[in-house]
Design a protein around this ligand. Sequence first.
Ligand SMILES: Nc1ncnc2c1ncn2[C@@H]1O[C@H](COP(=O)(O)OP(=O)(O)OP(=O)(O)O)[C@@H](O)[C@H]1O
Ligand SMILES: [Mg+2]
Length: 304
Amino acid sequence: MKIVSVINYKGGVGKTTLTANLGAELAFRGRKVLLIDLDPQSSLTFSFIPPDLWQKEYSESKTIKNWFDSLSDGGSITLTDLIFTPRATNDTLNGEGKLDLIASHLGLINVDLELATELGGASLKQAQKKFLKVHSHLLNGIEEINDYDIILIDCPPNFNIVTKNAIVASDNILIPAKPDYLSTLGIDYLIRSLNSLIEDYNDYAKISNKEYEEIAPEIIGVVFTMIQIHGGQPISALRPFISQTKRLGIPVFDNYFRENKTIFADAPQYGVPVVLNRYSGITYQGVVSEIEQLVSEFAKKIGI
Ligand SMILES: Nc1ncnc2c1ncn2[C@@H]1O[C@H](COP(=O)(O)OP(=O)(O)OP(=O)(O)O)[C@@H](O)[C@H]1O
Ligand SMILES: [Mg+2]
């Protein structure tokens, strides 16, 4: 089982769209996929189930917020308790595959604040121990889950403790980004923050008397999103940003998401990601086939 976090602390770069389409297409290809929505905005959740269903069935006691909340009373809820199978997307699957979800909740914002109060300590050693504990909650929680080929975690646009929990729990990191100046700067900064978290965690883990293991989440690469296409190619103004990212030494996916506001803006409200919708039309089919190629590249890169 592979655990992959989809991260970028820039907002609106296509994290949720990438997570939803990747998960859905992999499930269509027969993989068992679990999506975890770790963003209080809950966009991934609402891409698969309507808000009224969430309100009725999940909001009270079946979201990732409840799991984090229960940690303080000894962990009465397990992640498995929260898993459900969103209907619309699963109805489009016909093979062995399935797509399950753990929903999010706006109250997850407070979880971050509460976790932050658990950090620190009277001595350096105590502070290091608390750092490991606070950042490894999700890693421990996921350990009991084993009936999936892949878990995809959709992270919020920040680098708070909940996001760091996702990184610590992950085998791989996937970075969606828009090809523009500020986003390219952001990638460099993101990589440094990632490396610094991993370094701190491992430094403390080494001196934890084997209580904690070292981690090694690996960056699979940057997926460019919202690419403007002209004559079958990304428009020339975008190319410098793509090559600049490659120069940072970060792998860049050959395939990308092209920009199409109509197609991408509408899909979430029907509960089925773009790649599994059955619309016709040349533009639509072009977009779908690009996503399919991206998913193949992804699957090959992580070996599932
Ligand atoms: N390829 C695309 N072309 C056009 N619009 C897109 C594309 N991908 C996503 N969008 C739209 O851009 C907006 C942001 O996308 P998305 O929610 O996936 O980004 P995000 O990085 O998850 O955002 P956030 O940081 O708020 O979580 C959404 O309205 C979505 O419909
Ligand atoms: Mg999002």
